[in-house]
Design a protein around this ligand. Structure first.
Ligand SMILES: Cc1cc2nc3c(=O)[nH]c(=O)nc-3n(C[C@H](O)[C@H](O)[C@H](O)COP(=O)(O)OP(=O)(O)OC[C@H]3O[C@@H](n4cnc5c(N)ncnc54)[C@H](O)[C@@H]3O)c2cc1C
Length: 479
């Protein structure tokens, strides 16, 4: 009897799961396993919210598998020790899993491949998390794209595959295999939950998708940048855990486009572009793994960041004195989410106003975000800092006040997260320092830096690297 272990990683679902589908097709018995590895529960980048979300998604998966007669084997420890052991226990011929693209995961998978192959056991990885992998969408010269627009054009020129069918009911009675307990409270792993998080799991992800596709997607292009309107899909934590497949999302998008008018279709296209950004950054990470350690443009590793720990702490905690930045940071800390527009605003503020190394912010976001993902997070930070591939040029520096006035015109988002400023009417909430008497009564801090001054310092910092020893030619203001 052919036995295959399916190792669940970032694919915690039974539908539209390529490796799981292949395992069920090729083997008589599929042994599904999830390994809670040390890196998932310890280490500086583990956040209580993301861990809780992951545990809830695993629990939902366990129930979904049980409903089909499969029992999820849960183990804690190192995959490199657990899998060979489990292979022996169940007499598996192979381990199947869906491909990962992060440098550490790629290396670990290679070691597993070697170790299992040496024992005559297969280790097969399948493309699942993305539509197109790092070597599939290339320039005419056969090189990876480093600019988004031509990449997205080439991506769209290819046919999108359809979702894989749901796993069927168990066919052969599975053997009795030990399963470790999996406490669902992150406090059990030393990370008491501090965030109010979205529910996790395949059916929740499907509900989220259906709700979004039932109307909000048609308004997405107009609403997505306005944080008070909550016009985005909120699918990113589910995509990160793989409680929903990318093909399922794209199939649903195509279906709603068919009954849409021209404006609605344009909005759908904006949403598709965002999903392509996700793949763009994944292929950047896979093709240029060095971005995980430093700037995509290595010359910018020499930038003389100020790295003031007090400024960094004020930014982390949402007390910089810039209401839009503080509202965004407090929202992140409380919910594990931050709207994309504000991620760009606060990331630029940290790097270009506070002159703190983008990697400090990248690490902080990674700990706080439910959707914390090396490729997207690194890409977003390098874009904002101006050190990345298709980055905002170093001299594009968002003005936090004009960004706030443009994208939170009534101040609804700021009022929600910085309630001490709620009495400031209309747009005045974005510059409370203009009414010092009223500001003083609120207890809300004064600005820790002046944007106008910091802008010049930031440009000088970049120029010092771009033209060492030369005279700085400072570009005009914008943002
Ligand atoms: C500094 C910074 C850090 C970021 N860190 C992360 C991160 O750790 N994980 C993460 O998933 N996204 C990250 N993003 C991208 C983006 O902010 C989030 O994907 C988005 O806010 C998630 O909300 P949503 O699911 O409602 O997105 P929607 O607007 O509904 O977009 C749909 C999906 O497209 C993908 N997507 C959208 N925008 C981007 C983008 N700019 N880059 C890559 N994928 C995108 C996500 O998978 C998202 O779920 C970051 C952006 C910045 C500027």
């Amino acid at each position: 009897m052919k036995v295959v272990i399916h190792w669940f990683r970032r694919d915690l679902r039974v539908t539209d799961n390529r490796a799981l589908h292949e395992a069920a097709r090729q083997a008589e018995l599929v042994v599904p396993v999830f390994i809670l590895e040390d890196a998932l529960r310890t280490g500086p980048e583990v956040g209580s919210g993301r861990l809780a979300f992951l545990l809830a998604a695993v629990e939902a998966l366990r129930k979904n598998l049980a409903a089909l007669g499969h029992s999820l084997v849960i183990r804690q420890g190192k995959a490199e020790e657990v899998l060979p052991q489990l292979v022996r226990e169940v007499g598996a011929e192979a381990v199947f899993c869906n491909k990962r693209y992060e440098p550490h995961a790629v290396k670990r998978d290679q070691r597993l491949f070697n170790a299992l192959n040496a024992r005559g056991v297969g280790f097969e990885t399948f493309k699942d998390a993305v539509v197109w992998e790092e070597r599939e969408v290339l320039t005419q010269a056969g090189q990876p794209y480093t600019v988004f627009t031509p990449y997205s054009r080439a991506w769209k020129a290819r046919p999108v595959p359809v979702p894989f069918p749901k796993l069927g009911p168990v066919r052969v009675r599975p053997p009795e295999v030990r399963s470790d307990p999996l406490p669902l409270d992150p406090a059990a792993y030393g990370h008491p939950l501090t965030q109010q998080i979205d529910p996790a799991g395949e059916s929740q992800a499907m509900d989220t998708l259906k709700r979004f596709m039932a109307g909000p997607v048609y308004r997405y292009a107009a609403t997505r940048d306005y944080p008070a309107q909550e016009g985005t899909s909120r699918l990113s934590p589910q995509l990160r855990c793989g409680t929903i497949g990318i093909r399922t999302i794209l199939a649903r998008l195509k279906a709603v486009e068919e009954s849409a008018d021209a404006a609605q279709r344009a909005s759908c296209e904006v949403f598709r572009n965002e999903l392509i950004w996700r793949e763009f950054y994944l292929q950047i990470l896979a093709n240029f793994p060095q971005v995980a350690q430093g700037a995509f443009r290595p010359e910018y590793d020499a930038l003389a960041w100020r790295n003031d720990p007090e400024h960094f702490a004020a930014w982390c905690e949402g007390r910089t004195g810039y209401p839009i930045v503080d509202a965004a940071q407090r929202c992140l800390n409380a919910t594990g989410n931050m709207p994309n527009r504000l991620r760009m605003v606060t990331a630029m503020f940290l790097t270009k106003d506070l002159l703190v190394n983008w990697q400090w912010g990248e690490r902080f976001f990674m700990r706080q975000l439910l959707d914390g993902d090396l490729a997207a997070n690194n890409g977003g930070w390098q874009w904002s800092a101006g050190t990345g591939t298709d980055a905002a040029p170093y001299f594009r520096i968002f003005n936090p006040v004009s960004q706030a006035e443009k994208f939170d015109p009534q101040g609804g988002f700021v009022r929600r997260w910085v309630p001490e400023l709620a009495a400031f009417p209309g747009e005045s909430i974005h510059q409370p320092w203009q009414n010092l008497l009223a500001l003083h009564k609120t207890g809300y801090p004064q600005r820790i830096v002046l944007h106008e001054e910091q802008r010049g310092q930031c440009l000088a910092m970049f120029e010092a690297v771009r033209h060492p020893g030369g005279r700085a030619k400072v570009p005009k203001a914008n943002g």
